[in-house]
Design a binder for this molecule. Sequence first.
Ligand SMILES: [Cu+2]
Length: 701
Amino acid sequence: MKPIYLKSVSACLLVGTGMPVIALDLADAEKEILPTMVVEGEMLTPGVVGVKPDIGGVNDAAALLQRVPGANVNSNGPLSGIAQYRGLFGDRVNVISDGTTYKSACANAMDTPLSHVPTSLTETLSIKRGIASVSSGIETLGGNIVQRTRRGEFAEEEGIDFSGKTTNGVNSVNNAYYTSIFGNVANENHKFRVGGSREEGGNYDWDGGENVDTSHERNAGMLGYGYRTDDKNHEFDFSYNYNDTHATGTPSLPMDIVYSRGGVSNFNYQGLLADKYTINTEFSYQDIQHQMDNYSLRGGSDISDAAQRVSDNTSRGFGYKVSIGMPLYDGNLLLGADGDNIEHDAHIRNPNNALSIKNFNNVSRDRYGVFAEWKGEFTRDWELELGTRVNLVRMDAGNVGGVSGPFANPASAGSKLANNFNAKKHEKDDLNVDVVAILTHHLNNDLDVELGFGRKTRSPSYQERYLWLPLNATGGLADGRNYVGDIELKPEVSYQAELGFNWQLDTAYIMPRIFYRYVEDYIQGTPADDPLALAVSSTTLQYTNVDAYLYGFDIEGGFWFHDDWKVDMMVSYVRGRRDDVTDNLYRIAPLNGRIGLFYDTAEWLAGTEIIGYDDQNETSNYNDEVESPGYFLWNLRGQYRPQHQAVKGIQVGFGIENVLDESYRTHLSGLNRNGTNDATAVGEHLPGPGRNFYATLSYDW
Ligand SMILES: [Cu+2]
């Protein structure tokens, strides 16, 4: 009996199936490193943490990351959560949803990759702890997060299967609700699925008043079709996800979401040829439109006509991945090619006059990658993963400029900045090489030790290279500072080492990991020296290559007692520092942890958890980052799952989050920019939600 890693957001750290552990029969158990675990169709290997968005008060998929050791979320708004893993975030952490790397349309990442598909339509969210495999994504410097949406199953025997799920919830703290329905009809060869969700909520309450503006509204839809051959050796799947986000607050950014809408299509083929070659192909296409403004949700008519701004942003393009796997020595060799070609545009205008700025015009970021990876047992009880990848990243940008306002006079700083940018060559090619080596030693039946090394690269984002006018369009940094880019930036190169232990007994487990990472040419803002940029904004930062390092540890563990009781815990710590000067890296999660005690049977789940965050005093001087005090939160959770045949599949959940109505400020939510926020000044950290009563109802059929 081994613990499973699939976590339920409903209440507990380990999924409440009644049985705390699942054993997998392995024909050749003694040859295996700790066994692979199968959980509701998802294969999870040791070292992979999967979060199952079961039920609970939250419908934001990014919020699930707070349950993963080492992971967290930089929340710029209720639907704008940026994934953070071990102190790195944004474009440094790769997020894949059903094979697609979603590219935010918003230059400030309001439509983050994890905002496209809500929790209610997500099957699992998983992260491989430590170093991401080269095969997992094109640029995975900071890690790789995989979201799988609901896809339904083929029927296992003749006849037609109807299956589906509805999930619904209400929250008192922001008068919010969400509702979703998903259905799948299938026989052995075909499956057809359709799903949709809707959610809406007001501002979050807390002891100091309302956190303005944190209201949100989102509709999402999906449909898909799958075909599999009689011999089950070939499977085709087509899926389409559409997101329609309405006015939604992002108080730590200079504007709020007016809308984000658009779809992602994905085509996938998986095949087994000649009984030994596995083929996997993915093709995806995305087309996203986004609009934001600085008055609808903050001050309205109090914002003068001259100060009003609207920004329209788009991203569109395609991605692909082709790989072939084959047996080689006592392992599997995977060879592949992948890439994507994405185009971004962003314009800012004043709705009341002629002011118009092209801040990103026809920007392209195209990636072409090839990789080879071998994974297997090279000698008894020793497993090795060796991989390498070469990426070509080609970026380009069209000419920029503006009319009216700061550009009215050709001698103005704005006009000169545009002319200087346009006079430069914009095209840039980077050739990047990644290498990963992970050695796992099976010490005995209960204990594995893992040692990993990775060299990973990331080319600059389009904002880091092509932001020509001092602006806050920074992929969601939310530090309140204006930035300019630098076309000549070099790619970041990270060297990472990792040591981890997986120790599992029948009724207890603990998995600690420590890591160290050095990032050469780490990209961050340092004081700009271009007098034109400083004339527009005197505190402008310019993206620069510096050197940085990060180190820390994360632990998860738990044990069971009296059959139905369990304790789960998790601790995450990371420290990030500049190497070239004495300073800390920006927006790093403070030391944090959680511990839960739950009574868990097939019918009932009930318990309590305590979440603790330490002070964050190790803040970044260059970003004027504000320190934040620590806090504890106490939650109570329950879930009832009637076992009578007639009502099987129903789950009723209820709970109180932040029982003591503690006032606290979340370090990772950025600094407030909304002047109409209650009891939170501009530049202060935003408060976390106050006491929340929630109830959920779901039904599986
Ligand atoms: Cu935006």
